[in-house]
Design a protein around this ligand. Structure first.
Ligand code: NAD
Ligand code: FE2
Length: 383
């Protein structure tokens, strides 16, 4: 077993109704004037009211200009709003986009660094101001990871700021915050969580701790994502998905994700396809590539996903059935199939592959090594 450390947000609060505990945490964290970082979709859905209702007797401001798949300009804009008043903390209320913006602003507020100096691994000098993350999707797991992902329009890809100083002080993972999540976002972010669990389980850097979280999360997602998709008000399904997304976040936040995410980045950067959909498009095809290197682990995944295997199936047959199940799940939750259906040009594939192979930070975690032509072939298969 290799030596590993385990990172998380400092405190995790879960369970139905837990969003109502925010005000007591503001007191314990000594927060007097927070800036809420959110987006218009979350604000207009009424879900933000669950948070602001608790702040009626306090000073606070709201920044709701986070865009989906946000870029560095959104961070700069939000930081300017933060600086315009004597704010002393950030509360992010949203999906991965709002949480990632909040993570960057929290460290910018506590450091004398520019955002561009923070890109890459371990370039943030010190911890920033307090940050409470309240996810509204299930989800990215961003509330417990040490990374913020931003689009970089000039390079047509996405880049990460990776630093333990990004880890929030508190994550409040409340299923009621996800009840208003639109169906297609429930689907895409739910599959993203499943990819986190699977890639963490297959990562070179998995540990018994991340394995346990990943396997449990896979079972919860396969059992509850279709219900959360079909019946958005089903609080039990929402709770299972919220907790599973958190667990998958803890798994990949420590074990890493792999080639699915590396190949998905250029789809988000160049075509603005959402993170969850980009991952979903590639998931079965990357798993087809990976399987020969980790057949035994695929049999564990088959158990976690209750894949319909028979006692006569060998490991390869089980892996093939897992891959078919991943196709079926994406179809069941209405995710478009095939890169061609999303307007991606086939002749762009060599360029996409050149971008993807640069994501060495993630490719190094992947169980099977990929060359440039291997990546191109996966894109062609997923086309
Ligand atoms: N930092 C990390 O560890 C990490 C991990 C995975 C993904 N990400 C990033 O997260 C982003 C994707 O996040 P996401 O999938 O959570 O979606 P998102 O934050 O981009 O939100 C997508 C849309 O859903 C709406 N929405 C979200 N929750 C809602 C709710 N409860 N009610 C009504 N509307 C709601 C938003 O308004 C928005 O329009 C990408 O930028 C991706 O790169 C980060
Ligand atoms: Fe992801």
């Amino acid at each position: 077993m290799q030596i590993s450390s385990f990172k998380s947000a400092h405190t995790l609060i879960t369970g139905q109704g837990c969003s109502s505990t925010l005000s007591e945490h503001l007191d314990s964290l000594n927060i007097n004037y927070p800036l809420i970082v959110t987006d218009k979709g979350v604000r207009n859905s009424g879900t933000l009211d669950l948070i602001t209702a608790q702040l009626a007797s306090r000073k606070y401001s709201i920044f709701d200009d986070v865009a989906a798949e946000p870029d560095n300009n959104v961070v700069e804009h939000c930081f300017a709003v933060y600086n315009a008043q004597p704010h002393d903390a950030i509360i992010s209320v949203g999906g991965g986009s709002a949480i990632d913006i909040a993570k960057c602003v929290a460290v910018l507020a506590g450091n004398n660094q520019t955002l561009s100096a923070m890109f890459g691994e371990n370039n943030v000098v010190k911890r920033g101001i307090p940050h409470i993350a309240i996810p509204t999707t299930a989800g990215t797991g961003s509330e417990v990871t040490n990374i913020a992902i931003l689009s970089v329009p000039s390079e047509q890809t996405k880049k990460g700021v990776v630093s333990d100083f990004l880890l929030p002080d508190l994550a409040i993972v409340a299923p009621e915050m996800t009840l208003s999540c639109p169906q297609h976002i429930t689907a895409a972010s739910g599959v993203d969580a499943l990819v986190h669990a699977i890639e963490a389980y297959l990562s070179h850097f998995s540990s018994p701790i991340t394995d346990a979280l990943a396997i449990k999360a896979m079972g919860m997602i396969i059992n509850h994502l279709p219900t959360a998709y079909r019946s958005p008000q089903d609080i039990d399904a929402r709770e299972n998905m919220a907790t599973a997304s958190l667990m998958a976040g803890l798994a990949f936040g420590n074990a890493g994700v792999g080639a699915v995410h590396a190949l998905a980045y250029p789809l988000g950067g160049r075509y603005h396809i959402s993170h969850g959909v980009s991952n979903a498009l590639l998931l079965p095809y990357v798993m087809e590539w990976n399987k020969s290197e980790c057949l035994t682990r695929f049999t564990h995944i088959a158990t976690a996903l209750s894949t319909p295997v028979t006692p006569h199936d060998d490991a390869e047959t089980m892996a093939n059935k897992v891959i078919q199940q991943l196709h079926d799940l994406c179809e069941e939750v209405g995710i478009p199939r095939g890169m061609r259906t999303l307007g991606i040009k086939k002749e762009d594939i060599p360029e996409l592959a050149k971008e993807a192979i640069k994501v060495e930070r993630l490719l190094k975690n992947n169980p099977r090594k990929l060359s440039l032509s291997d990546i191109e072939n996966i894109y062609y298969a997923a086309y």
